[in-house]
Design a protein around this ligand. Structure first.
Ligand code: SAH
Ligand code: SF4
Ligand code: F3S
Length: 470
């Protein structure tokens, strides 16, 4: 049994970790043929991509996938710790599974992902959720087949969570959820330690994949007919820093742009490491999508300092405008937290005025959620809940106003849209523009998912646009 430990998770000692190739344990291949699994994914794109690897690992040992957990022999929760509601959702599901296990004794239940990396969660499982058969963390995902096999053959609860990141494993199998859009990890972990955030503890320190491994993966995706790749990392801008002296995200983006894949996206960018070189490369290559997610978190330099964000309102705005002025037609989205400990009405008004200036194309807005073990959780959470809710509402009103205003400017324009499917609700095709806007559209001819078509925009809504394929 290995239980996670906060002090180890905090440690950032330089260590040369091994880069190893995944190899299948021949003794368990297809051992569970005929069994069905259901995986529930609660987190970000990295978490979703982990689920694509987990699915492939389970399928390699014979499991087949079902969507309804009531039909499954194994239910695996791939969890997220970012805010309390993510926690609550996973624990709510565990409650339902406990009930189900009362009736279905052979049901196997596993928990993995970021919550598994939290000491407090694992202790809670050990004490109060004894029916959970196994828990593994984000650093040893590749060991799932063995851990599951042990849980079944010994009928003993398996807890295998490491707080120190282990080897960087290449060649994990993957079953992708989509046949034309793919996620590609470029860097794992995060060293930024924003004071409110749990990710540096759950995902370990920054570790870049080798550029050759990434480029080979994208080349294979091109061969397989993929039309879009999204390069993933908690802070993609730090790419290469731990590995190379003079090769960074700008260089990687350029090398990938030359591979002739129609669409390249990347996320998430921390404003701190956003270099001129990156802006130059994004502006230069038409297949790097002009869409940047640039989380600001707060418009008050005082609060940004308390958050440990390493930039001020002024330096953020300078970067924001440089990106806007250099990349033609770029859309910029953001994340904002309201109600950080000590946030005054004046601080909040700074956020409102920043939003008025930036007129974002999209924004994800959150109420501060204290996370166990983070520095901000030790600050006095002194903003009343009703004040936090009121600020969130006021903020949402302004961001929504600009979403609509920006969208209205697109009416009458023709945009390149990648066809993603037919929406059940509207009975129209839907897809995303280069700037990542959701477009619902009609077409006289039948369209194929993954194709990039021209759509004339006829109407603007707050979160989407309507149009017609021409
Ligand atoms: N790596 C990204 C953010 C990943 S988490 C970045 O730094 O830009 C996604 C978003 O969740 C964050 O940008 C932040 O707005 C929000 N978030 C993270 N921790 C939070 C917390 N404790 N309470 C509320 N929101 C939080
Ligand atoms: Fe969290 Fe900050 Fe790292 Fe983003 S950059 S994952 S907010 S610590
Ligand atoms: Fe959640 Fe972990 Fe992603 S905390 S946001 S699943 S890195």
């Amino acid at each position: 049994m290995h239980i996670p430990n906060l002090n180890d998770a905090r440690s950032r000692k330089r260590k040369d970790y091994n880069r190893i190739d995944y190899s299948v344990n021949k003794n368990i291949i297809n051992k569970f043929s005929g069994k069905k699994y259901c995986i529930k994914t609660y987190g970000c794109q990295m978490n979703e991509h982990d689920s694509e690897n987990i699915s492939a690992l389970l399928e390699s040992i014979g499991f087949s996938r079902v969507d309804d957990y009531l039909d499954a022999d194994l239910v695996l929760l791939n969890t997220c710790s970012i805010r309390e509601n993510a926690h609550n959702k996973a624990f709510g599901m565990l409650g339902r599974l406990k009930h189900l296990k009362g009736k279905k004794k052979d049901l196997i239940v596993g928990l993995c992902g970021c919550m598994a990396q939290e000491e407090s969660v694992v202790l809670e499982i050990l004490n109060n959720y004894k029916f959970v058969n196994f828990v593994f963390g984000t650093h040893n995902l590749y060991e799932l087949p063995e851990i599951l096999d042990r849980a079944i053959s010994t009928s003993k609860q398996q807890i295998e969570v490491y707080s120190r990141e282990g080897d960087l494993v290449e060649g994990l199998p993957v079953v992708r959820d989509n046949a034309y859009k793919a996620y590609v990890n470029i860097i794992y972990g995060c060293d930024k330690f924003c004071t409110y955030c749990i990710v540096p503890y759950t995902r370990g320190r920054e570790r870049s994949r080798k550029k050759e491994d990434i480029i080979d993966e994208v080349k294979q995706l091109v061969k397989d007919g993929y039309k879009e790749v999204t390069l993933l990392g908690q802070n993609v801008n730090a790419y290469g820093k731990d590995l190379y002296d003079d090769y960074n995200l700008g260089d990687l983006l350029e090398d990938i742009a030359k591979l002739i894949i129609p669409r390249i996206r990347f996320m998430t960018s921390h404003p701190w490491d956003f270099t001129d070189r990156m802006i130059e490369v994004i502006a230069k290559y038409p297949n790097i999508m002009p869409s940047v997610h640039l989380p600001v978190q707060s418009g008050s330099s005082r609060v940004l300092k308390l958050m440990g964000r390493r930039y001020t309102r002024e330096s953020y705005l300078e970067l924001f405008h440089k990106i806007k002025d250099t990349i033609p037609g770029v859309s910029i989205s953001t994340d904002i937290i309201v109600g950080f400990p000590g946030e005054s009405e004046e601080d909040f008004c700074d956020t409102m005025s920043l939003v008025e200036e930036c007129k974002y194309d999209n924004a994800f807005t959150f109420i501060f959620s204290p996370r166990v073990g983070t520095p901000a959780s030790k600050l006095k959470d002194d903003v009343e809940l009703s004040v936090k809710e009121d600020r969130l509402q006021r903020l949402n009103n302004v961001v929504n106003k600009y979403f609509l205003e920006n969208n209205k400017k697109l009416v009458g324009k023709t945009l390149k849209v990648m066809v993603e499917g037919i929406s059940d609700k509207k009975n129209m095709y839907y897809g995303y523009s280069e700037t990542n806007k959701l477009i619902n559209f009609t077409s006289d001819k039948e369209l194929v998912c993954g194709d990039i078509v021209l759509v004339k925009i006829e109407d603007a809504k707050t979160w989407s646009l309507d149009g017609k394929c021409i």
